[in-house]
Write a protein that binds this ligand. Structure first.
Ligand code: AMP
Length: 176
């Protein structure tokens, strides 16, 4: 099963980038082309099941898994970027971090109402980034929004913030 392979393979670094964080290093997935490909196939399978028309990836690690999946599905990839990175007209969504605020943006011409969007990121922790992404993409009122995360840090309970309103697929539930 893919969850077992991921559990065995994902490198965990203690106290990176800050004290107290158990950093889940997804380069141990991308280093392994067979496992990387299996992960992409899981995203592709979930996207097909949900008749997804566009993949939105959250900066930065969501770009790695999201764009590879979009190419395989032959559908567009939309980057959800940090503030002031996109050159066109954007929609913005502010959200709270542990210390201070952050903001994510997406191009206003990226999505239309009849789209079904799969938002991809490597990991959900507190769920703040995912919830902000849901709010951002909701501005387009697309037909569907759902989520794919490779890792869920279940002890941080971020998943609860989004699974009430959106379908979510997780490959590995672990603690962080
Ligand atoms: P959150 O908004 O708390 O759900 O954090 C999710 C974002 O932060 C994702 O984009 C992750 O890439 C990153 N992140 C948070 N915690 C970790 C962790 N322990 N290991 C690796 N990445 C993390």
């Amino acid at each position: 099963m893919i969850s077992k392979k991921l559990k065995k393979r994902i490198r965990i670094i203690k106290n990176f980038p800050e004290k107290g964080i158990l950093f889940q290093d997804i380069t141990s997935i991308t280093d392994d082309n067979k496992l990387f490909s299996e992960v992409i196939n899981e995203i592709v399978k979930y996207a097909k099941k949900n008749k997804i028309t566009k993949i939105a990836g959250i900066e930065a690690r969501g770009f790695i898994f999201g764009s590879a999946s979009a190419v395989k599905l032959n559908i567009p990839f939309i980057p959800i970027r940090k503030k002031n990175k996109l050159p066109g007209k954007v929609y913005s969504q502010k959200y709270k971090l542990e210390y201070g605020n952050d903001e994510i943006q997406v191009h206003q011409n990226a999505i239309v109402k009849k789209d079904k969007i799969l938002i991809v990121d490597d990991l959900i922790a507190t769920g703040g980034t995912a919830l902000a992404s849901a709010k951002l993409i909701s501005k387009f009122t697309p037909l569907k929004i759902c989520f794919f995360f490779i890792i869920n840090l279940q002890n941080l309970e971020g998943l609860n913030k989004i699974k009430r309103d959106y379908e979510v697929k997780i490959l590995l539930n672990t603690n962080g």
